[in-house]
Design a protein around this ligand. Structure first.
Ligand code: ADP
Length: 390
């Protein structure tokens, strides 16, 4: 007798555990449907709403507090009901509908743009339709802003191109006038002033042309094998001629592989990073360019012990026109375009650029550029003793 009771109790416990499991799954399914970042509605073949989540209620401004168990046309706004009717007949015929645009206006004032996906599935032999709707207003707005930004970039590019010729002409006239008024120190001083300001404007125009052509996807590196150590040495030597306050140091690993790159563009990267390091080290000091192989890349670090960059600005300095305001050093030159150009060039070479910096401790900009495949292949051949390694 006791044995039987124990057996019954054990079966009862199992049933209770199973019931609990079913309840848990039900709760999970409701929770998931509610938390999906989209509007979800499930209809039976006659159009009765079986499930409807809060997002769908909000999207279609459904007023009824419990539309489940009622026909969808009694709950959703008229314009949507008509569109769902068409979707239903299409789904029943084809089995699915993908990314169908639905247009709906709330109180005739706010237009919302919705993308609808629908699928037919079967449960207990009954065909059901699951409808999932995404509000595309944000995506469309992003698209609109992107188009606007591209138009703005095109206008800046056009203006920069227009400005270049007259500025170049002014610069040429200045050169002639400087010669003509060499003996008149007052006039020569004014002309020198015009000349150096024109040069500054020409630099800015050049930077604007570079940054806009990168943004418009017009930058096409002309690739050949580039010896980074040679390029960096040459660039630093040139920069040394106009810089007396800082020591420009190159440290390069022996046998550094070449990179497939546009040499002129890489030179611009080095010049920009080193000029930044110089400009932001107002008390002088060393600016070091370090080159080494790292995995399948050549790594270039440009290191200074200058002012450093506050943490909150680090994420933004690669954006165009972004500059860190330094009230103590108002004379540091710059337009806020250099790093945007550097990043554009590095990415056009399938490379990356990162920065580590802290105020008063200096900065380290690290560029990774993929090693030229031809170089790696030649080295493998050399390692196998098939060919002398050049
Ligand atoms: P800019 O023409 O102003 O130098 P960049 O795009 O090259 O423009 O740099 C953006 C900003 O990043 C600079 O204005 C400066 O505040 C900061 N920055 C760049 N490089 C350094 C550096 N080596 N040390 C400190 N700050 C730097």
């Amino acid at each position: 007798m006791n044995e039987r009771r124990t057996e019954i109790e054990s079966i009862e416990n199992e049933i209770a555990a199973l019931r609990k499991q079913v309840e848990d799954y039900k709760a999970l399914s409701v929770e998931l449907t509610e938390r999906v970042p989209a509007g979800v509605m499930v209809l039976d073949r006659t159009g009765i709403v079986l499930t409807l989540n809060r997002n769908m209620t909000a999207m279609f401004d459904i007023k009824s507090c419990n539309p489940s168990g009622r026909h969808y046309a009694d709950s959703v706004p008229e314009d949507i009901a008509e569109q769902i009717r068409q979707v239903r007949s299409e789904v029943m015929e084809k089995g699915f509908v993908i990314n169908r645009p639905l247009h709906h206006s709330i109180d005739k004032a706010i237009e919302i743009d919705i993308g609808l996906n629908a699928t037919l599935f079967e449960m207990n032999g009954q065909p059901l339709i699951i409808i999932v709707c995404h509000d595309r207003t944000a995506v469309n707005e992003l698209e609109r802003l992107r188009t606007l930004d591209a138009k703005k970039t095109e206008s800046i590019s056009r203006v920069a191109h227009e400005l270049k010729s007259p500025l170049t002409a002014i610069k040429a006239y200045c050169d002639v006038l400087i010669e003509t008024y060499r003996s008149d120190s007052t006039a020569a001083g004014f002309i020198q002033g015009i000349d150096s300001e024109t040069e500054r404007l020409l630099r800015l125009v050049g930077e604007l042309m570079n940054v806009t052509s990168i943004e418009l996807g017009q930058v096409r590196p002309v690739l050949h094998q580039v010896d980074m150590a040679h390029l960096a040495r040459e660039t630093l030597q040139e920069m040394n001629m106009t810089n007396k306050k800082h020591r420009l140091v190159l440290r390069s690993e022996q046998g550094l592989p070449s990179v497939m790159a546009d040499g002129a563009m890489l030179k611009e990267v080095i010049t920009n990073l080193v000029s930044n390091a110089i400009n932001h080290s107002p008390t002088g000091g060393d600016v070091v360019v370090e080159l080494r192989k790292q995995g399948k890349n050549v790594k270039m670090d440009v290191i200074d012990q200058g002012l450093g960059i506050p943490r909150e600005h680090l994420a933004n300095i690669f954006q165009k026109f972004y500059r860190v305001y330094r009230p103590d050093y108002p004379d540091i030159p710059g337009s806020g375009l250099g790093l945007a150009i550097v990043k554009g060039i590095v990415e056009a070479h399938k490379g990356t650029i990162t920065v580590k910096s802290a105020p008063s401790e200096g900065s380290k900009f690290s560029v990774l550029l993929p090693v030229s495949r031809a170089f790696d292949a030649a080295r493998e051949e050399a390692a196998l003793g098939r060919q002398p390694f050049a």
